[in-house]
Design a protein around this ligand. Structure first.
Ligand SMILES: Cc1ncc(COP(=O)(O)O)c(C=O)c1O
Length: 293
């Protein structure tokens, strides 16, 4: 296991190490927007894979592997995906791991919000440990702003290989005080209590969203720190009008892995991490509701 300064830091090193310049990275068709920034900095291409209500579509993954014989790496967020909030069910996880084995893919699994589910499905890393780099940071589900992340490599030799290249580059070293503090929070049970509290708050907020926006499509979804609102049309216009009304909400297109990601065009991601007071959330949602109407 490697302890590092936040998830993004280790993603930078992993993508440089595993994909490299001119390589192709497979991702969900909508993904964590910093993947675009990393692709620009590190010079790899991204190919988005079609998704459905369960996340990555295994047939689309097979097609992509066949179309790009040199492709080696898949980056995925199987639990509470960013931005769609989908949770890949166990059966789908088994299928994705089967495809990865058949095509010898390495998987980078980003479990940023996994702790938001009390009994979520098992990580891909437990299903195909021989090929998954498992990444989990504390910034979302323990203490916001605590930029400590943990990375499980498939094998010890894999950590040695990455250390051989980057071991002396101190920018990835975890800040020792922060790591010590994270360790103490975990050991004393304070971290677990903080996570329970974040879960309770997020569930209360989701209930407010459900009450004020009334979109059945996302109500059945389990809890996370954001919801995906499938508006079908005008997502960009609604987001722009919302900005003018003081509400920060992102249109799906900002998460598009590739410009033709069709689902991306039609939705909005509403995140409630940064809201301080529930009253502010209510006011914002009432305004948003009027804009959408
Ligand atoms: C899926 C995902 N991965 C990683 C990160 C960044 O995490 P960190 O703060 O640990 O770098 C985020 C933050 O928004 C995220 O949504």
């Amino acid at each position: 296991m490697i302890v590092t300064n936040g998830t993004l830091n280790i993603l930078f090193l992993l993508l440089n190490h595993l994909v490299g310049r001119q390589g192709t990275l497979l991702t969900e068709e909508m993904t964590y927007p910093n993947m675009q920034a990393l692709s620009g900095m590190l010079g790899f291409k991204i190919q988005g894979i079609r998704m459905d209500g369960d996340g990555l579509d295994p047939d689309a993954l097979i097609e992509a592997c066949k179309a790009n014989p040199g492709v080696k790496v898949l980056y995925t967020i199987p639990t509470l995906q960013n931005p769609t909030a989908t949770v890949m069910a166990l059966e789908r996880r088994l299928e994705i791991c089967r495809v990865a084995r058949d095509h010898d893919l390495i998987i980078i699994e980003d479990d940023a919000q996994a702790l938001m589910l009390e009994d979520g499905p098992p990580p891909l890393a437990t299903i195909a440990p021989e090929r998954v780099w498992y990444v989990m940071g504390l910034a979302k589900t323990v203490v916001m702003g605590m930029r400590v992340a943990y990375v499980m490599a498939p094998r010890f030799e894999d950590t040695e290989a990455i250390m051989a290249r980057f071991g002396k580059m101190s920018m990835w070293f975890v800040a020792a005080l922060q790591a010590e503090l994270a360790q103490a929070l975990i050991a004393t049970g304070i971290a677990a209590e903080a996570t329970r509290e974040i879960r309770r708050t997020a569930n209360d907020r989701r209930a407010i969203v459900a009450e004020l926006l009334e979109w059945p499509a996302f109500l059945e979804r389990p809890g996370g720190l954001h919801v995906w609102i499938p508006t079908a049309t005008n997502a960009v216009e609604i987001a722009a009008a919302a900005h003018s009304a003081g509400i920060l909400i992102r249109p799906g297109v900002q998460f598009a892995a590739t410009p033709h990601a069709t689902r991306a065009m039609s939705g909005l991601r509403l995140s409630f991490c940064e809201v301080r007071q529930e009253a502010d959330l209510r006011t914002a949602l009432e305004r948003l509701r009027r804009l959408i109407d």
